[in-house]
Design a protein around this ligand. Structure first.
Ligand code: SAM
Length: 282
């Protein structure tokens, strides 16, 4: 039996839960937007929880951050300007800035407290925050994209919380239309798209909304993520222009270190499960 020494996230509707054994509760606060908690765990290092949902652990965040960044950046022909909507723990920003061709990376998180806590409890994720190409803004990403000039960005990475609360509008057709307008002609959005096992309906709705907004070339990729519901997560790329694979040679010769991502992992992540193909074809 689990006792009070365990943090547990119950997944509504999936009749399942995920638990981590806790050494100490390091912090808790209600920010202007959400309830933030930091735990020290026995096996996963530090853990950030937002509104009861696991966000980032020291031990396994590289799966998510590397897949959400490098998969998209090696799909785009020549990404120079990248926005990260959400992403307040700064792990995605760190990965994006590993690409020498990136000239500007703007992270737009609604909640400055997430970043301030990440600086204390996940300093390794924040090690590129002072890169001259990085720009950290603390405003609503929905408004940021709505107010953007046409052709002002090459890749928009939506590294958000689940589609409830402040992130709900980040999964809407209106938001994707604003992304379409802000993107350059080869531009693309990549968004965390939850679990195919638990959130198939949401994935279908999200892909429809992207297509309806003109981001009609879609590619969902899959990766393990132990601390998220079902342990199996996904990202979806939605592009203005046709997608012709990815820059395999550049990926194979990437000039930086990663823990998970490489050219073979990229290829493997694009394999589409049979049940997913059938559901999305409907
Ligand atoms: N990797 C995580 C996941 O998939 O569960 C996401 C981590 S990141 C910490 C999520 C961030 O999205 C949070 O810091 C939250 O403040 C931010 N966020 C939620 N809604 C937002 C919005 N409308 N605009 C900008 N940031 C938003």
């Amino acid at each position: 039996m689990l006792d009070e020494n365990w943090f547990t996230e119950i997944v509504p509707g999936a009749e399942s839960a995920f638990s981590l054994k806790i050494k100490a509760k390091l912090h808790a606060e209600q920010s202007e937007f959400q309830y933030l908690e930091i735990y020290e765990t026995e096996g996963f290092g530090n853990l950030m929880v937002i509104d009861g949902c696991t966000m980032v652990s020291t031990r396994d965040n590289f799966f998510y951050h590397e897949m959400m960044s490098h998969t998209a950046l090696y799909t785009h022909p020549d990404p120079k300007r990248v926005w990260i909507i959400g992403g307040g723990d700064c792990g995605t920003l760190r990965e994006v800035l590993k690409h020498p061709g990136v000239e500007q990376a703007v992270q737009i998180d609604i909640d400055e407290r997430v970043t301030r806590l990440a600086e204390i409890y996940f300093p390794e994720l924040c090690e590129s925050n002072n890169d001259p190409r990085a720009d950290l803004k603390f405003i609503d990403g929905i408004k940021w994209v709505k107010d953007a000039a046409p052709n002002s960005v090459d890749i928009i990475i939506v590294d958000s919380t689940d589609p409830v609360g402040p992130a709900e509008g980040l999964f809407s057709e209106a938001f994707y239309r604003d992304c379409f307008n802000a993107l350059s002609p080869n531009g693309l959005v990549v968004q965390q798209s939850e679990s195919a096992l638990f959130h198939l309906k949401l994935m279908g709705e999200m892909r429809d909304a992207m297509s309806n907004a003109g981001l009609s070339h879609l590619q969902t990729f899959f990766f393990p993520q132990c601390i998220y519901p079902s342990g199996w997560w996904s990202g979806t790329i939605a592009s203005k222009a046709a997608l012709n694979g990815f820059r395999e040679a550049d990926s194979a010769n990437k000039p930086f270190e990663t823990t998970l991502y490489n050219v073979d992992i990229h290829k493997a992540s694009l394999a589409q499960p049979e049940f997913f193909k059938k559901a999305m074809a409907k």
